[in-house]
Design a protein around this ligand. Structure first.
Ligand SMILES: Cc1cc2nc3c(=O)[nH]c(=O)nc-3n(C[C@H](O)[C@H](O)[C@H](O)COP(=O)(O)OP(=O)(O)OC[C@H]3O[C@@H](n4cnc5c(N)ncnc54)[C@H](O)[C@@H]3O)c2cc1C
Length: 367
């Protein structure tokens, strides 16, 4: 019998939150795929989320979700991001993500503010649920397989690693941001996108601590304040941002959800001259123009593949047909509270649903 050489319908690059959800969606839509991951196991970063507990989404409506992504009513950057994400979130809103995990027999737990966790408080339960689905559905998973290049062909792409190449009709880049590089996300997808003529918005740290050697903080290192608050003021004393939530004192300065979200606001709004006030119990402490900790320690990467080069209705590149993006590799980021995993899941689902809707034949290139 003569064996036919044919491309795989979809090569998913990156086995993190977006890549695993893409594989699950491919199973659902009957798209044949394989998953390539540079680390020895899938979901290394997912395992680290929420201190190993995995706050996988927030149980809120999709319109509230999109509004929460905006740092302020006047912030153009996050407004554009919310607009870009609307079609993905409409198709796969938080309640469908919750239903997805329940259907995989993951008992879930809802916190009073809507944050959702696996009921046993273990991120491994989430990663294992994806692993079981892939095993039972015979999705080929190639670990220890760092993709080194994506070469567009007249029909489809050649996806290269050090040891082998794969011919794929469609490629989904789900390689994550550039924070916590030890967990696998080292900015490869942004490099591939750039080589393929996509614009890449400079990457910087999001949801990260702020540095201060102020004695009042340093001597409190290790203490957590759950009912705290962080407020950002303009030089003329106007409140620009106000968030009630946890503030933690660290040897380097400040962290915790309220500080992270305030830092995200500061980074997106581009203000360089500001005052941040934190309330710890009844004490108010004020600081000016604090420096963020480095990108490698950030919860999320701000910046990435420009949303202007991706079609929000499909997640397909506007530059190369049949090339798709999902998750943090793109210029998307959200506040703390399950937003970032939700965006990874929803954009991955959107990309695979689009591939399924287009059928199996790649479009002819015109270059
Ligand atoms: C400490 C920490 C806690 C967090 N907690 C939460 C939380 O509780 N809730 C929440 O919503 N978000 C949380 N986040 C953010 C969330 O984890 C990320 O936004 C999310 O994982 C992004 O998904 P992704 O698939 O785009 O990227 P990732 O999950 O980073 O996955 C990318 C994958 O691609 C692989 N890869 C990279 N390059 C290549 C290559 N060349 N070839 C093959 N594979 C490659 C990587 O090894 C990695 O496995 C947290 C992040 C951190 C760092």
């Amino acid at each position: 019998m003569a064996l036919k050489h044919s491309p795989v319908q979809l090569a998913i690059i990156g086995g993190g939150a977006a890549g695993m959800f893409a594989a699950a969606s491919a199973v659902k839509y009957g798209v044949s795929c394989l998953l390539m991951e540079r680390k020895a196991r899938l979901g290394s970063k997912v395992l680290m989320t929420a201190n190993g507990r995995c706050n996988f989404t927030k149980d809120i409506g999709y319109d509230v979700f999109l509004r929460d992504l905006e740092c302020s009513a006047s912030d153009r950057e996050t407004k554009a991001m919310a607009k870009f994400l609307a079609p993905s979130l409409a198709d796969l809103p938080p309640r469908r993500i919750i239903a997805f995990f329940k259907a995989l027999n993951v008992p879930v737990r809802r916190m009073a503010d809507g944050r959702m966790f696996p009921a046993d408080g273990k991120a491994t339960t989430i990663v294992h649920a994806f692993g079981d689905l892939m095993r039972n559905s015979e999705v080929p998973v190639l670990t220890n397989s760092a993709v080194t290049g994506i070469q567009p062909m007249k029909s489809g792409f050649i996806v290269a690693t050090k040891n082998f190449t794969i011919w794929a009709q469609n490629v989904l880049v789900a390689t994550g941001g550039a924070s916590y590089p030890k967990l696998g996300s080292v900015g490869d997808g942004q490099k591939f996108a750039s080589l393929l003529k996509h614009r890449v918005v400079p990457m910087r740290a999001g949801l990260i601590g702020l540095e201060t050697d102020d004695e009042r903080i340093v001597r409190r290192a290790g203490r957590r304040y759950e009912d705290a608050r962080a407020i950002v003021f303009s030089p003329d004393g106007r409140i620009l941002y106000d968030y009630k939530g946890e503030v933690d004192c660290e040897p380097f300065g400040l962290s915790g959800a309220a500080v992270y979200n305030a830092q995200r606001f500061i980074e997106h709004s581009g203000i360089r001259d500001y005052t941040i006030e934190v309330w710890l119990d009844r004490e108010r402490l004020r600081f000016s123009n604090l420096k963020s900790r480095p990108l490698k320690e950030a919860i999320v990467t701000i910046g990435g593949v420009s949303l202007e080069d991706i079609d929000p209705r499909t997640m397909e590149s506007r530059i190369f047909p049949n090339l798709y993006f999902a998750g943090e590799v793109m210029d998307i980021d959200g506040p703390t509270g399950g937003y970032n995993l939700t965006m990874a899941f929803s954009t991955a689902h959107k990309a695979v649903a689009s591939i399924a809707a287009l059928g199996r034949v790649p479009r002819e290139r015109k270059y």
